[in-house]
Design a protein around this ligand. Structure first.
Ligand code: NAD
Length: 370
């Protein structure tokens, strides 16, 4: 396929150190530059290129515009033993996200359950990262996420944008094994997947979007408007919407992510935007309502593990629907991608690479020789 031809693999260390240098020049401390680069590359490693380094030019622009704050520390307007309200104060999501998760982990380990409402976080990227962070401490976690200022998705039955791509995520830990991590956008595709497709990466399904006339579309210009010959990928210029996944059920889950991740956290829902014309400059902020559960408080953590293992085997033992097929559990596709890409490098569409190099050049960061 023509779209896949102009693509190469870049080794993980070279990509990570290039992206780290870009964020350092953009104004982040060495620790933050390293952290943001590692999380973005980690998203590529799990196969979610939509949340990987393709985002670098956008993040750099947001830092330059002052729309996100480097090296931010969260504020905690309210907390008790089992809950906290955390204000990310528009810090980079890769910095304020882990601070909020850390708090939830600490409280759940002590109390058995914790609820953390994070508001005003810069883009928190792949939500599975936060479930994996909790799972590494033996905790189950559930995350309802929304994006205020990022209305992109049409509700079931609608042809106009009303939701953000509002991801939902659940992580279940397993001792000595990778956690089970269900992590998806409630839109038929994450916006970043349209971004990747617009850069010559994997195309999105032909019914992933809907035009204002109700016509289904897989063409990224439905979301971004004309893009031919430009690096501009801005949903404010498109007239269409991404569709919610799963008909009325996915649309309903998206609504709940907006209500819990947006309204309850104080982050604000995807719309309507009421903050005046200044906020019309793209100023996406993530809200995340997270629930953390420590299995040992529910009985025996060992029994939960054992029951989980037996059940996962039962699920995976289902006869494949197609000859040569296989039943996977959530998290397995990411583990396989991680193994392949760590060994063989991250696939990089030339257009994505060019847009990262353009952002780097503006900051005076030389691109690595490949
Ligand atoms: P997706 O459609 O690729 O679905 C991924 C989920 O489905 C994973 O849990 C994966 O393990 C599971 N899965 C995939 N194939 C499977 C199979 N064959 N069998 C069993 N399970 C399988 O994900 P997406 O909707 O494109 O979302 C991509 C990423 O974008 C997610 O990490 C999400 O958190 C992130 N996201 C973030 C934001 C934000 O505002 N920060 C917004 C939207 C999406």
């Amino acid at each position: 396929m023509a779209a896949d031809v102009d693509q190469f693999r870049i080794p993980v260390p070279a990509l990570t150190s290039f992206v780290t240098s870009i964020f350092a020049k953009a104004g982040c401390s060495p620790a933050e530059s390293d952290r943001v680069a590692r999380y973005l590359v980690a998203a590529n490693l799990t196969g979610h290129d939509s949340h990987g380094v393709v985002r670098v030019p956008r993040y750099v622009d947001l830092i330059a515009e002052g729309a996100v704050v480097v090296d931010q520390t969260v504020a905690i307007p309210f907390e008790n033993d089992s809950m906290a309200v955390v204000d990310g104060r528009m810090g980079l999501g890769q910095t304020v996200g882990p601070q909020a998760v850390e708090l939830g982990i600490r409280k759940a380990l002590a109390s058995g359950v914790a609820v953390v409402a994070l508001r005003n976080a810069g883009h928190i990227g792949r939500v599975g990262d936060w479930a994996e962070m909790a799972a590494a401490k033996g905790l189950i976690s559930i995350h309802f996420v929304n994006g205020h200022g990022s209305v992109l998705v049409a509700p079931f039955g609608g042809a106009e944008r009303r939701f953000s791509t509002a991801p939902f995520c659940v992580g279940v830990p397993r001792t000595g094994k990778p956690p089970v991590v269900l992590d998806f956008a409630t839109s038929l595709v994450a916006e970043g997947k349209v971004l990747v497709a617009s850069n010559g990466g994997k195309p999105v399904p032909p019914d992933a979007m809907i035009g204002p006339d109700g016509q289904l579309s897989g063409d990224p210009t439905t979301l971004y408007g004309p893009i031919e010959g430009t690096h501009r990928r801005d949903p404010r210029f498109g007239l269409g919407a991404i569709r919610a996944f799963g008909e009325h059920k996915g649309s309903g889950l998206a609504l709940m992510c907006e209500l819990l991740g947006g309204a309850l956290t104080g982050n604000g829902t995807a719309g309507p935007l009421t903050e005046g014309p200044k906020d019309k400059v793209r100023r996406m902020r993530n809200g995340m309502l997270s629930v953390y559960l420590a299995p040992r408080f529910f009985g025996s953590a060992e029994e939960f593990e054992a029951a989980t293992a037996v059940y996962l085997d039962f699920v995976k033992s289902s006869k494949p629907a197609r000859a040569g097929g296989e039943v996977l559990v959530p998290g397995e596709p990411e583990q396989r991608q991680r193994a392949d890409r760590t060994a063989n490098g991250v696939p990089m569409p030339r257009t994505t690479w060019d847009s990262i190099v353009a952002a780097a050049t503006k900051l005076g960061v030389p691109a690595p020789a490949l």
